[in-house]
Design a protein around this ligand. Sequence first.
Ligand code: 13P
Length: 253
Amino acid sequence: MRKQIAAANWKMNLTLTEAESLADELLQTNHALSDDQLAIFAVPYPYLIPVRTKFEGKENVYVAAQNCSANKNGAFTGEVSAAMLQSIGIEYVVIGHSERREYNHEDNSLLAKKIDVALEFNLKPIFCCGEALSIREAGSQDAYVGTQLEESLFHLSPSDVDGFIIAYEPIWAIGTGRTATSEQAQQMHAHIRSVLTSKYGKEVADSISILYGGSVKASNAKEIFGQPDVDGGLVGGASLVASEFATIISSLK
Ligand code: 13P
């Protein structure tokens, strides 16, 4: 059975003290995760080790990097490699968030390279896709997201993508308070799963967790996560508030 996942994306927020307090508050909420549920915290690089230390011993809780370089090593000042993340024991990495696509000009072919380097160093990618408002308004979101998957993932083998994590984040719903309706989320998630089925077959497609991201909150998580093809969420703003994120975790199927 595929994993149900509540993933926090702290983005570029919080000082170390604030990050540690948030982790402490979350620990006090004492959420229990079953074996097919995960909580993953994508935190800024400097907080990977301190936040992981806070969650030490907590079952099914992981820390993720928000990005990694497409290059293995070398003269790339300011970049962090997959090998470095592996060397400090990190297991997950977010790849292709729409903010990185927009502000750092990351395109589908660069993201394919990042996926390869992540897999080479045994990191599990959380691959983000999703369309801008203009694409949704033109009604071409299915084709657009299909191309994102094809150009960044379809060179991978079925065993590479078995148990993979994809986050569908419509850009028009990120940080806007305007969530996709649960029907819109289900429709796109079913489309993503059908694209994956046509390439990799049903068994592999059914093993892939597809998370929804974009203005997920404590108040709407249960309804969105309740959709058959929605396997949890990738959460920005609401993940910075312990009580909100604790409720989001407890809304997992
Ligand atoms: P918000 O939850 O703040 O809309 O952000 C979503 C997101 O970008 C998570 O990666």
